[in-house]
Design a protein around this ligand. Structure first.
Ligand SMILES: N[C@@H](CCC(=O)N[C@@H](CS)C(=O)NCC(=O)O)C(=O)O
Length: 219
């Protein structure tokens, strides 16, 4: 796998600070953090630890949506949604764009959507299991999430060689975070056992400094 898109470190401590509403276990936050490392912007970002589930959380002071990640710009404007935050960051560095232009753009965006889809299904599954009383849980709804995850993993396994040959842009980056999150939350599902190509790619990208630096604490 080519290490490909290696952004120049452009961080300048004199640049205005960015602040990020942050949780160490949120995969959407991790996506933004990996992106910030890959683009050399991480040193410009001040992390604001935020527990969105705490009854007295102050997250809505910055974002009415009550979710992390949320990026607070130097002028006070707040950008929500991990993909939009990544896109915003991509315009703040001078290295190669992680949202590719021209060739490879659609493939990258498609992988981005597949990675985000795995993450959304995972988070839905967790919330259903964690916050809904056992007798009120909807088995069909949980099964639907699991089916979406498994089907997406099968598609990605079939594309493992293409993924391995592609730059580590926003698409592969999001898939890497999604696969790590699956292993983090659902190690019992053992997704790598039946997807050797994807597992090999994931093992390699996990060694990137951006991935190592953003590993979540133990589940
Ligand atoms: N689509 C959003 C999803 C963000 C998200 O769901 N974050 C979770 C933490 S992993 C959250 O803050 N949930 C609180 C809530 O749903 O109220 C993104 O890409 O940023």
């Amino acid at each position: 796998m080519p290490l490909s898109v290696t952004a120049r470190i452009t961080s300048d401590m004199s640049e205005p600070r960015l602040r990020l509403r942050y949780s160490p276990t949120s995969p959407f936050v991790r996506k933004v953090m990996v992106f910030a490392h890959e683009t050399g912007l991480i040193d410009r970002i001040e992390l604001l630890p935020t527990d969105v589930w705490h009854p007295e959380t102050d997250v809505r002071r910055d974002t009415p949506l009550g979710k992390v990640p949320a990026l607070i710009m130097p002028d006070g404007l707040v950008v929500a949604e991990s993909t939009l935050i990544c896109d915003t960051l991509d315009h703040l560095h001078t290295g190669p764009r992680l949202f590719p232009e021209g060739e490879g753009r659609v493939a990258a965006l498609r992988w981005l959507a597949l990675g985000d889809g795995i993450l959304t299904a995972c988070v839905t599954r967790i919330i259903e299991g964690r916050y809904r009383a056992a007798d009120a849980q909807q088995a069909w709804w949980l099964d639907r999430q699991i089916t979406s995850i498994q089907a997406t993993l099968d598609v990605l396994e079939a594309e493992a060689d293409t993924l391995a040959a592609a730059p580590f842009s926003v698409g592969p980056l999001t898939i890497a975070v999604a696969l790590s999150y699956l292993s983090f939350r659902y190690s019992g599902d053992a997704w790598p056992d039946t997807r050797p190509g994807l597992a090999a790619w994931h093992a390699e990208v996990q060694t990137r400094p951006s991935m190592r630096a953003t590993e979540p604490p133990s589940a």
